[in-house]
Design a protein around this ligand. Structure first.
Ligand code: C2O
Ligand code: CU
Length: 542
């Protein structure tokens, strides 16, 4: 393994999209930001200089960071933000990952423009479990607001209303041919007939789960969240914010021009996000006359829950290349509701959430209150009063979670900084139960510091006496972000062998802002090499 160094300078730069120009926060002036390339087993140091005007943190999404939560990045969870003018050197430790993951800002909504890819190659002499592709291409989905994203965030937090939807969905930072002032810059992928392209697909969108497909071509998923999967071929992909997939595209059609397109999938609300259909062009080399405009692929409808579930629940792991075994005996079982709720309007404010409330969101009826000293520091130095253990292991109420009956008590969560404390080596099962309180929607739940085996999905209410019998303990996918289906549940398992403080949250940014998250504290193991080392000397001060 090797050590490498990257320099990330956070700066504001002017960018023009959709016929208008604004300042955005970037890394090194690039949008999307720079790509990190690593080999399995590497340690990488990133010197992060904050030359912007905002407090910021950077997170390496899907890098397990064994015994190194110190540089994981979520603000007020593992560190205080890097203040303007300061520097923080973050260490990235690559252990089991192979494939594609990504990095992004992890404070407020800064990740809307501050994100980039991470490619992790297998060790020399370890081949891919698929034929070596001819070229690799990033396909990074994002969202663009014409107005200032910080303002969008601030306004929605102040008014308690839902944030305004973005003005464009983007591919590699570009809205694509269908949107105004965009087509000269549409992302183009030049291909040669007969070759195979390795698409490194990342959903960096802020609030949108996506379908994407390529007209007249199939897509074969070979890895998800930097773990190999059984090759899975479909004419469309469904990918949630947080997820990354390695996808093979065979250029096996008549030379021509084809669209790769993506569209928001909306399980809950009945609105088609037309402004968020985005395109990139695939152009074959050769001597032919292309059509003036390529045809769009057949994307599933924006509300096609079946298409989404069919894709999500049929993805399989590749046991022969899996970095970890599925735990069979569970020591710690957690069942948690995940809900969008509302809270009463605080005194002296005008609130624009449903019926004059403010939106909130919760896990097991607790809406997470972000502290102003990071939880990792409070844990390591025994600072009292920052967080409380005792996150409930089971929902406080049993009722028909996915029905129409809405107990008002559940609709008003408690606010608090409740954390889940796990013993080192605990074998954990978590069942996420979606609810229909304010509105049902799929939730992509992400866990820091770990990947987990997704052993089951189902519709309706989880049934403890029946559903576990159908769990897949043979070849479940091993992911860091799981989509909990609308009106349903998902079950994950992992072994708590990475001591530290690890955030778990919905990766739809608006739900995270509303409190749909909790924290796991995994205690040290017995021996010295299973304990948390002290922090690096340059931790940002609070
Ligand atoms: Cu992709 Cu907590 O983050
Ligand atoms: Cu959510």
């Amino acid at each position: 393994s090797q050590a490498q160094n990257y320099t990330f300078v956070v700066t504001e730069v002017k960018y023009t999209r959709l016929c208008s120009t604004k300042n955005i926060l970037t890394v090194n002036g690039e949008f999307p930001g720079p790509t990190i390339r690593a080999t399995r087993g590497d340690t990488i140091f990133v010197d992060v200089y904050n030359k912007g005007n905002f407090n910021i943190t950077l997170h390496w999404h899907g890098v397990k960071q064994p015994r190194n939560p110190w540089t994981d990045g979520p603000s007020y969870i593992t560190q205080c933000p890097i203040q303007p003018g300061r520097k923080f050197t973050q260490r990235l430790i690559f252990t089991f990952e192979e494939g594609t993951i990504w990095w992004h800002a992890h404070s407020e909504w800064l990740r809307a423009t501050v994100y980039g890819a991470i490619y992790i190659y297998p060790n020399k002499n370890t081949p891919y479990p698929f034929p070596q592709p001819d070229a690799e291409i990033p396909i990074i989905f994002g969202e663009w607001w014409t107005s200032d994203v910080n303002e969008v965030f601030r306004q929605s937090m102040e008014s308690g209303a839902a944030p305004s939807v973005s003005d464009a969905l983007t591919i590699n930072g570009q809205p694509g041919d269908l949107l105004p002032c965009s087509s000269p810059e549409t992302f183009k992928l030049n291909v040669e007939q007969g070759k195979t392209y390795h698409l490194r697909v990342i959903n960096a969108a802020v609030n949108l789960i996506l379908f994407f497909s390529v007209s007249q071509h199939n897509l074969t998923v070979v890895a998800a969240d930097a773990v190999y999967s059984r090759p899975f071929t479909r004419d469309y992909i469904c990918i949630s914010p947080g997820q990354a997939m390695d996808v093979l595209l065979h250029a096996n059609q008549e030379p021509g021009h084809y669209y790769l397109a993506a569209r928001a999938y909306s399980s809950g609300v009945g609105v088609a996000f037309d402004n968020t259909t985005t395109t990139a062009r695939i152009e074959y080399s050769g001597n032919y006359t292309p059509p003036s405009s390529p045809s769009l692929p057949n994307l599933p409808d924006f509300n096609d829950t079946r298409a989404a579930l069919d894709f999500i629940t049929n993805l399989r792991g590749l046991p022969e290349r899996a970095p970890s075994q599925v735990p069979k005996n569970i020591t710690t079982q957690i069942v948690t509701t995940i809900s969008v709720n509302t809270l009463p309007c605080p005194n002296g404010r005008t609130c624009q959430g449903p019926n004059g409330t403010i939106f909130a969101a919760s896990m097991n009826n607790i809406s997470f209150d972000t502290p102003n000293i990071d939880i990792l520091k409070a844990y390591y130095y025994h600072i009292n009063g920052v967080f409380k253990p005792g996150f409930p292991r089971f929902p406080p109420f049993i009722f028909n979670f996915t029905g129409d009956f809405l107990p008002i008590t559940l609709n008003t969560p408690k606010q608090g900084t409740r954390v889940n404390v796990l013993n080192y080596g605990a074998t954990v099962e978590i069942v996420f139960q979606g609810t229909n309180l304010v509105g049902g929607i799929d939730h992509p739940i992400h866990l820091h510091g770990y990947s987990f085996h997704v052993v089951g999905y189902g519709l309706g209410n989880f049934n403890q006496s029946v559903d576990p019998m159908n769990f897949n303990l043979v070849d479940p996918p091993y992911l860091n972000t799981v989509v909990v289906p609308i009106n349903g549940w998902a079950a994950i398992r992992f072994e708590a062998v990475n001591p530290g403080v690890w955030f778990m949250h919905c990766h739809l940014e608006r739900h995270q802002s509303w409190g749909m998250e909790t924290v796991f504290i995994v205690k040290d193991g017995e021996s010295e090499n299973l304990r948390l080392p002290p922090p690096p000397p340059d931790m940002p001060p609070c």
